[in-house]
Design a binder for this molecule. Sequence first.
Ligand SMILES: [Zn+2]
Length: 330
Amino acid sequence: MLTTSLDLDQDGFQKGYIDVPVSLDLSAWSNQRVPIYCLKNGSGPTLVLLGGAHGDEYEAPIILSSLAHGDLKAEDISGRVIIVPALNMPAVQNGSRLSPIDNGNMNRAFPGNPTGTATERIADFVSRELISRADVVLDLHSGGRSLNFVPSTIVPVQQTDTATQAIRRIASAFNAPMTIVLREPQVETMIDTEVERQGKKILATELGGAGLVTAETLAVTRRGIKGVMQHMGLLAETEAEDRSRSSLTVHVDGFHHYTYADDTGVFEPTAGLGAHVKEGDVLGRLHLTDRVETPPVPVLARTGGIQFCVAGQGLVRRGDCLSVIGHPID
Ligand SMILES: [Zn+2]
């Protein structure tokens, strides 16, 4: 069972590691240390900020690291903020979605296993030590190299409408350009399910992607985290925030929102991120570069709405997600 040297219930600023002993080919007694920071000032709500669940998503490691290294101070808050900028640290160091140590996908490993792989043991630590202390978990993702998103928050559909609405209010406070209300296809093994099981709230994000990080997506991330802290009462509202551009909300309620590659080839997108499309519209063309007999194949929208996610890299394989379309809601 993983431990940390930090006392997560102590006032003040602390930094240290989650110790993850692993035995590898090149290092029999290695300890893959995952940085963790705790800022606490009296009683008040607890926000857990997680980044780097996937190693090719860069906004969160950058902004959370900046917060931990001085952008946020314990004396500025009323309550507690626990920060883990690079949760699946081996994956973050490898720039890969999955951990190179055990091929683990951090967000398909919950609730975790105290005697499992490194990834499963980190997930177990998060469930036992972090979610248990949290009022709100902010699980910060981007699209990674294979997907690219309009910078968005993800509201996971909860068992009750009241619970979903509460998370939508947190998403409003984050105020990303888009808010996506959805139930993920593999939610049973995702952190969402464990947070809901413990009666806490979770907001996730998809802040960009395609293996890139931009000044714009970083600005959305920085502003969004601050908005959530103010919404929770952790941080005083100092200056009036510009909320003139409010988030556009869409929902996703089935596989017809997703368009997949039917073959392996090079994808030519013709509809951009944020495009309004109708069912049957051409989203792009798939070029089967290895065949003389097949012209480029049109890729069609399976539903109408706003395209908020597009394939993040040119080469796609059969079954890859090419596009996701949301239905606008109020
Ligand atoms: Zn991710």
